[in-house]
Design a protein around this ligand. Sequence first.
Ligand code: NDP
Length: 395
Amino acid sequence: MSAAEPTEPTTRAATPTASTSPEVPSTEATPTDPGRPPSPAVGYRRTGRSGLLLPTISLGLWQNFGEDRPLATMRDIVTRAFELGITHFDLANNYGPPPGSAERHFGEILRTDFAGLRNRLVISTKAGYLMWDGPYGEWGSRKYLLSSLEESLARMGLDYVDIFYSHRFDPHTPLEETMGALASAVQQGKALYAGVSSYSSTATREAARLLRKMGTPCLIHQPSYSMLNRWIEGSLLNVLEDEGIGCIAFSPLAQGLLTSKYLNVTPTDIEGTLPDDARAAKDGSFRRGFLTEETLEKVHGLARIAKRRGQTLAQMALAWCLRDPRVTSVLIGASSVRQLEENVAALENLAFTQEELDEIDRFATDAGINIWRASSEAGGEPHDDRATAAERDER
Ligand code: NDP
């Protein structure tokens, strides 16, 4: 497992339906590549008040793109994603395992399958978590961020990334220094836009102010968000809207928990009922301890609602995140082309009735699965008081 990606919860209801979303019809913004079929599947949304459109579903390479998978599987997933209209691929220095290998593998795919297509892709990377030993291998110093970006570019064989993120808030480095490093990356032409990930709403507001002063507006925030982890509804989404910053929600499937994969897991016999190929079987970022009776009851309740809508649980989970037009894109992972295709089909039904949303709210409550909360709490924002005892113990 690559270094942990280790993020908060709700007050203002975010219930607009797809009919109010600022999506661009896919016919107007579809990547057309001779030799590939046009992509009808994915529409595009504007990132905050910027000029950049992102696909409503983006693909992340945190897991499934390390040395533990054949390159052929990775290529199939990435090329199918592009065929479906997914133009945005999200990486970080430490994705693997081992750290760096996802960028290396993606670089290989860029050189082969995507040769000549750079201008049709939005590629992001990040620095913040542990990448190398010594005092300059993690957090938010200028020294670390800019050296890490050089290494990421070399691994992917790129001159620039589209978005460079501060991967987590660093409570010990002046925010001005961290934002200064992002602005320098943009001024040097090594990134087109700057972003932050898992920052509290207070830290985000300050980051936006600093970046604006430096002439490099903050394009986007990348927070965790799903039906079982709703911290961004508290105040972050309002701040993003005020500041004109986009929102790309990561782990919208709660690392797979909000799919059919765990529906047959029995909390009293996890070992005997957990599918071998499930992320939770590795007991890494998806801890087996997340599979409590209480959480599985929520998952089953949500699966029943999805079935009535004619969707799979995964599809409803993605559509639900996209119900709020301030969410620019949902950033998924996929370990197979089949999963990817199932997930993209979520876009066929994005509309929710108020009754459905109300019923979902009964089950879609905090499940104590937000392993990134340390970063989003570090910026000085009080945590939602629905934190579970397990979460409090962890801190
Ligand atoms: P998801 O919540 O989408 O989980 C993806 C996993 O769920 C897959 O790898 C697969 O796991 C399972 N899955 C997906 N679709 C299906 C399906 N239809 N049926 C059954 N199982 C399915 O997102 P991730 O947690 O993978 O995160 C997505 C991206 O977000 C990352 O790649 C990264 O780019 C970004 N991210 C950013 C972070 C940050 O700190 N900024 C932190 C974490 C993620 P399985 O192996 O079990 O098949």
